[in-house]
Each structure stands twice: as C-alpha cells, then as structure tokens.
Design a protein around this ligand. Structure first.
Ligand code: ATP
Ligand code: MG
Length: 397
C-alpha cells in the first residue's frame, strides 16, 4: 500500500514535469523562461527557493541569472567564485550534489544568505549540460519537511535537461533575430560605400570631389564600426551573456567624470552644460563601467539633439534607498506619436534621421543596463523645447 502511494507520488511529479516541459519549450523570452524554470524547480523538488547561475566558458565565470527569492532584475549578473562556491564545484566536477548543511560546508558562498536573510538549510544543485559542456547550474534550497534525496535529484536532472534545451533554443532565436536585424541595417551603408568606391575607381570624379568622397567614406566606415560595437554590447546584454562587475562605488565621482568627457563636445555646439550635484551622494553598488556607458549615451543624445546655444543639465539627488539622476536638454524634443518607440532597437525619430548621425541603438543599450541594475528609466519631452530623461537607481543591487 505504502509502496503504491510512493509510486503514485512519483508519477505525479513526472506528470508535473511533462506539463512544465511543454510550457518551457514554447517560451522564447530568455528572462521569462529562466524565471519559469526556477519556479518549476521549486515545484518538482518541493524546495523553498531556487536559482540559476549561468557559466561563461570564455571568461571562466559563473554568475546569477535568475532566482525565486530575489527580485529577478536585482542580482542578475552577480559573479560567484568558481573556487569557493558549491555551484563552482558543480561546474568543475560536472556532477549533481546534495549538501545537508551548506552553512557548515566550506565551499558554501554565503553572500546571498547575508543579503536576503534566507537561511540555507539544505541544498541540491545540478549542472545544466549541453553537448557535454556545462552552460549553467540549477540550485534548489530548503526542501520542505526534510533533506533532499536521490529521487529529488533525478526529477531535477530531468527538468534541467528540458530547461537546457529551452535556454539554448531561446538564445538561438534571439541571435537569429538580432543577426537578421543587423544585416538589414548594414545593407544600406554598405551599398553606399560600394557605390562610392566604384565611382572613385572609375576616374570620373574630379580631384576636388575626391577628397569630399573620401571624407564621406571615412565617416560611413566609422559609423559602421560604431554600430557594430553597440550592436555587440546589445546582443550580449539581451542574451544574458553580459556579466555585471558589481562593486561599491561613488556615483557622484562617476557623474563628474561623465561631465568632463562630454563638456568638450557640448562646447563645440556652444552649449551650456550644468552639473548640479549635492555635496555628497551615498555610495551605490553596481557596474561602474556599464553605468558610465549608459550616462554617456544619454549625454551624447542631449548634445546631438540639442540646438546651438542650448543647455544641458545633469542633476542627481538621493532619496531614502535610491538615487535619481536627470539629464535635461533644450533641444529638438521627441514627437508624441514616436515616444513609445525610441527605446526600440534601431528606431530613430523621423525628423532627426536626415540631420543627425546615429544608429538608433544607444537607448536600447541604456535601457538594458538600467534595468539590469534594478533601476527605471523614463522621459518627458516637448518638440522644440527639450527632453528630460530620469533614471532611478536603487542604492544596492
Ligand atoms: N535627448 C533627445 N532629444 C531628442 N531626441 C532624442 C533624444 N535622445 C534620443 N532621441 C531620439 O531617439 C532616437 C533613439 O536614440 P538612440 O540614442 O537609441 O539612437 P541614436 O542617438 O540615433 O544613435 P546612437 O546609437 O548613436 O546613440 C534618436 O535617433 C533620436 O531621434
Ligand atoms: Mg544616441
């Protein structure tokens, strides 16, 4: 009788697993997929919490990508040491592991416990394997009513296999989608370059026109190079392959550096660039280099889409647990019917396309970085009056 009961409980678990697998297979958004996987992992193994860490074989780093117990955006990208964590052990040994009292295990990486105040009493972790390589680790903690057993491990391994296929699928989909868009975008400048090169070769161009054409060629090539590197950044950010190098740093100091970088550009257009910062700002945790890129992209826009003799204000204030940064300009503004599109990849406001050079990728990169830090970005704008972008960042990520 007892055996029968156990048998039907097991059947029940696998039935659940089949339902979950169907759901996973149809999900192509990587972030939604990963949060579905962690929830499914809790369900099939009767665990309180679960998390997924992704492994980057090129950089040999392991980093958090999704978890049930953390705000999904918040800890994304947090790097976990390969030596000195149970997840690292799983990557190195390519084996599942059950640990009954992880707090006592010297491999345990305690950072998450400390910042989430979740006590880790039992742990089961498995490698996510694709074609013989580890692509990540799935961990569940705190089994309800006891420790994890071999049966939990088997069910989780079965889920892991399904999850890996779904992750690879969604990555491929994302890549092919991005590649398609990229190829589409570079076709026009490439054919312009081709035409210019033909003309130059044909000797039908006057000497004085030649120099002008070569200048145009150089500018087009530079624009293509810029587009490629923004595109690569975006592809990494979107596919969750970009890791955040999270450290405590002085955001006030970073904003001063950004002001110094942009002020020369601003002066060329006779723009007044005002930096309005309080005497102190709390230190924040985040990836300084990436946040710098986000602010520089926004400030570049404030310069590019400004009017000669206009103004830019970079301002920051601290609230209880967040910092609010605003970047305002007195420029061209964004027409109302195009406002919902400016964060889309390659989108450029129609009336700006012919006058101001750009790839339409800058704001997509900004959005990914700010969201990756658990922050928000919004803007207000009025045509011919100006635009203000507002970024809200939590102190801790
Ligand atoms: N401060 C601003 N004022 C007015 N329009 C803006 C502003 N910032 C962005 N835009 C509009 O939004 C579009 C998208 O901006 P985004 O930064 O993504 O691309 P870009 O500036 O065209 O190219 P790049 O990739 O070189 O940044 C711009 O083309 C522009 O039309
Ligand atoms: Mg831009």
């Amino acid at each position: 009788m007892k055996k029968n009961k156990a048998h039907s409980a097991l059947l029940n678990r696998y039935q659940k697993l089949i339902n979950i697998s169907c759901d996973l297979a149809s999900e192509l958004d990587l972030n939604i997929l990963l949060s579905k996987i962690v929830r499914a992992a809790c369900e099939v193994s009767d665990a309180e919490e679960a998390s997924i860490l992704m492994y980057d074989p090129n950089k040999k780093t392991l980093y958090f990508q999704a978890a049930t117990n953390l705000d999904s955006q918040l800890k994304r990208g947090l790097v976990v040491p390969l030596d000195g964590s149970i997840a690292g052990w799983i990557v190195n040994h390519q084996k599942p592991i059950i640990v009954d009292n992880p707090q006592k295990d010297k491999r345990h990486f305690d950072y998450i416990g400390k910042i989430t105040s979740i006590e880790c009493k039992s742990l089961l972790g498995i490698p996510l394997m694709s074609k013989g390589n580890v692509i990540g680790v799935l961990e569940v903690i705190n089994k309800r009513g006891g420790g994890f057993n071999k049966e939990d491990q088997d069910v989780l391994l079965a889920l892991g296999a399904q999850a890996t296929v779904a992750i690879e699928n969604s990555r491929l989909f994302l890549q092919s989608d991005l590649i398609g868009e990229f190829v589409h975008q570079i076709r026009t400048p490439l054919s312009a370059l081709n035409a210019a090169a033909h003309l130059l070769k044909s000797n039908r161009v006057h000497e004085d026109q030649k120099k002008k054409m070569i200048d145009i060629l150089e500018a087009e090539i530079e624009a293509l190079a810029e587009m490629s590197s923004s595109f690569l950044d975006l592809a990494r950010l979107e596919s969750g392959r970009k890791q955040y190098n999270v450290k405590e740093f002085d955001i006030r100091d970073l904003l001063i550096v950004c002001h110094e970088i942009i002020i020369n550009e601003a002066h060329k257009l006779n723009l007044l660039f005002i930096l309005d910062l309080p005497d102190t700002l709390p230190l924040i945790r985040g990836d300084r280099k990436q946040l710098k890129q986000a602010f520089i992209n926004l400030l570049n826009n404030a310069v590019k889409y400004n009017k000669i003799g206009g103004e830019i204000i970079l301002k920051a204030i601290a609230e209880k647990d967040r910092i609010i940064i605003t970047i305002s300009d007195t420029g061209l503004g964004i027409p109302e019917d195009e406002r919902s599109k400016i964060f889309e990849k390659f989108y450029r406001v129609k009336s700006h396309r012919d006058h101001v050079p750009g790839t339409g990728l800058g704001l997509s990169v900004v959005k990914q970085i700010i969201h990756g830090h658990g922050g928000e970005i919004d803007f207000t704008s009025e045509v011919d009056v100006g635009t203000t972008f507002t970024i809200t960042l939590p102190n801790e990520i």
